[in-house]
Design a protein around this ligand. Sequence first.
Ligand code: FES
Length: 609
Amino acid sequence: MAIKLMIDQQTIEVPEGTNVLDAAAAAGVKIPTLCHLPGVTSPGSCRVCLVEIEGARTLQPACVTPVTEGMKVHTLTKRVRMGRRMSVELLLANHPWDCNACVRNGTCELQALAKNLGITDVRFPYSRAEVPVDTSTPAVVRDMNKCILCRRCVAVCQNVQGVGSLSPRSRGFDTMIGAGAGENLCDAVCVQCGQCTAVCPVGALYEQDAIEDVWRALEDPKKHVVVQTAPAIRAALGECFGLEPGACVTGKMVSALRRLGFDKVFDTNFTADLTIIEEGHELLGRLKAALVDKTPVTLPMFTSCSPGWINFMEYFYPSLLPHLSSCKSPQQMFGALAKTYYAQKEGIDPASIVVVSVMPCTAKKFEAERGEMNDSGFKDVDYVLTTRELGRMIQEAGVDFLSLPDEEQDSPMGMSSGAADIFANTGGVMEAALRTVYEVVTGRELPTKKLHVQPIQGLEGVKEAALTFENCLPDWAFLNGVTAKVAVAHGLSNARKVCDLIVAGKADYHFIEVMCCPGGCIGGGGQPRMTTDSVRRARIQAVYKEDEGRPMRKSHVNPAITEIYKEFLGSPLGKKSHHLLHTHYQPRGQAPEPAKPAKKKASRKKAQA
Ligand code: FES
């Protein structure tokens, strides 16, 4: 049923159940918000979205007030302006005034609100007791001195990720957002995904900053510094420089990295292609064991490229760990190969190689620190930057990003296919795997128009598809007539649904892709803020466009992959592959292993991209 109401001077009609905030937006009136996180939470606690409604005694929060027939809403009266100012002043009275030295300077929503509302003075004294900054994990920093108790982090951790490591503690003036039962995040069951850092409106939650470490490596003449960029970076980095979401900036990104001083600009897409070969063979091996050899084998098999997902499994579903592919993530495969294959091929001492990753995800920082990730004989990946950190480095270097020419990645670890591009989004790893598995098994080329697997595209939480094999090559004849069922889940609360089905014995899938973050890596916790569904869709379109523009769109036809097997690895799942590209994971129980405490950074505070 449609509801008719007046917003300022406009009469509009909106569906029943709409709140005043969305009705005003439909009328072109933007009401400021802070605690409201579209599609996730609206606790109505910050009182920044106040409006005057005729007949109501007090000002009302627009985000939680439903429209009613004949309602008359005023969004710009003096009372409204004063009410909003008062709400923000009360927040500022409890917030440190060190904006110039804050990681969110220039991107802080509270700072922007104060500016927009014309606040130049705060009438209330600052009275907050200082608490230590929590730097206990390699991924996420919590500075509760800056928290404004909007609870967006609590909602995203609980409702979207289904993890629930953050929750309010104490009451009234003493209220604080706590991590698990202890003092610090390392005491909590936290998967390090960084979704909390992506939704925090202020400088209370942010990634561990690796920028200074990377500058130091770049300035060291004895070091050979190589960089890899995840597929999702190119679809979002432009947002750090004012471009609209969905602008694909691969060529400019490569140029910018060369200007920062990296010796080689490589691509995680290369090891995304390699992952498809290794993971595809692992899946086919498990299917053969089940269908031909009739030996006990664990199916369905889960993808393993998302480290937040791995952490989730280790904490919450340890009994399902054998379902995980043993493949390392493309980031870690790259690190292991850079210090072995690349070092050997170029005659460089691996001890002098520094591997820097640019990732959309804070969990990648955690993953690089894992004890298992040193199969090259060194720490495989030395430093991990988020997209936001790379944006800040480029700004600091004074590089005019938008006028950079397009350049190409270096060889041999920079060559990749379109299948690797789509790793960046939910359903992409599965689609890339199916492209390769189909052609390897049947020996027939997939026509271009059949490369996309429509049922597993899009932002539906859990998606399914089926593929029936026919006329397979002799080696794969056991698959003739077999229908492989696959599923795709993104966001850990959706992953939980799939895991619960398996535990209950109700899942008949063969292969399942899980990405920790909503939308996949394009929506990672280290991407430019703010990631809404429309931003996710725009970034997804960008990665598919990138794929469609490539002459080479399947991982197994990448000549650099053929070359690495010929020159170095031998065969998929061979001895060397097993040593460098595969790993195993451990149950963690309900209390995490002590994470290696990140060293306290010098007081580096950079303007956030
Ligand atoms: Fe409406 Fe916070 S945005 S109360």
